[in-house]
Design a protein around this ligand. Structure first.
Ligand SMILES: Cc1cc2nc3c(=O)[nH]c(=O)nc-3n(C[C@H](O)[C@H](O)[C@H](O)COP(=O)(O)OP(=O)(O)OC[C@H]3O[C@@H](n4cnc5c(N)ncnc54)[C@H](O)[C@@H]3O)c2cc1C
Length: 183
């Protein structure tokens, strides 16, 4: 069986566009943000303007429903410019996946309107001080309270954690059930 590794014309264009962005907007400032340990909001805003801050979501709400290979190619270019800055759109993408897969229409509209139209950031919150590779060991608890859930627990190492507006939080309804305790 023959495998093809060539890129489509659209993928070639995406790579070109992201490469140009990296050269013009990231390479000149990456050392500054690294040394100052400052969050690069101006760069993030420019990413939102050209649509690479949130490479997901339905087209109807300004999303970029790119396939995984196109997303990977774009991420590869961004990370070539700066691994740190590239982490923000990558974490956005990570946080979008559960919403794309399991979010209802109302949740998707709320989420993607913020991320794709307003340039907000998302975060994907799984890791805890005592649960990393072993996701089934998480302790953050979700308790139903009327129409809402009350979350109680501690997360760590969350990319975009201090700058995001929207969060996907993995919590258990019953820790004693391990993986089966997740809603
Ligand atoms: C840059 C960065 C960004 C991150 N962003 C996020 C984020 O946005 N959201 C989030 O939820 N988390 C995030 N994390 C956390 C990351 O997901 C965890 O660090 C990862 O899951 C590993 O968990 P841990 O650090 O507790 O290590 P541990 O799970 O304690 O693992 C420590 C070591 O033991 C090994 N090990 C573990 N279990 C086994 C096993 N069963 N058999 C053999 N070896 C094993 C591992 O390979 C590793 O070498 C981020 C981490 C980094 C470094």
């Amino acid at each position: 069986m023959a495998f093809g590794f060539s890129q489509t014309q659209d993928q070639v264009e995406v790579v070109k566009m992201v490469r140009k962005f990296v050269e013009n907007e990231i390479v000149p400032v990456r050392a500054y943000y690294d040394e100052q340990e400052e969050f690069p909001w101006p760069v993030i805003k420019k990413m939102a303007d050209i649509g690479i801050l949130c490479m997901a979501g339905p087209e109807a709400i300004n999303g970029y429903p790119w396939d995984h290979l196109t997303r990977s190619l774009a991420m590869e270019e961004l990370a070539r410019g700066c691994g740190g800055i590239a982490t923000t759109p990558m974490a956005n993408l990570l946080a979008c996946e559960p919403v794309e897969i399991a979010g209802n229409q109302e949740q998707q509209e709320w989420w993607f309107t913020g991320l794709c139209q307003k340039g907000e950031l998302g975060a994907y919150c799984v890791t805890e001080p005592n649960a990393g590779s072993d996701v089934g060991a998480i302790s953050t608890n979700a308790r139903k309270d009327g129409k809402h859930y009350i979350l109680n627990g501690t997360k760590c190492f969350i990319s975009n954690g201090s700058v995001a507006s929207k969060y996907v939080v993995l919590a258990t309804l019953d820790k004693s059930k391990g993986h089966a305790g997740f809603p």
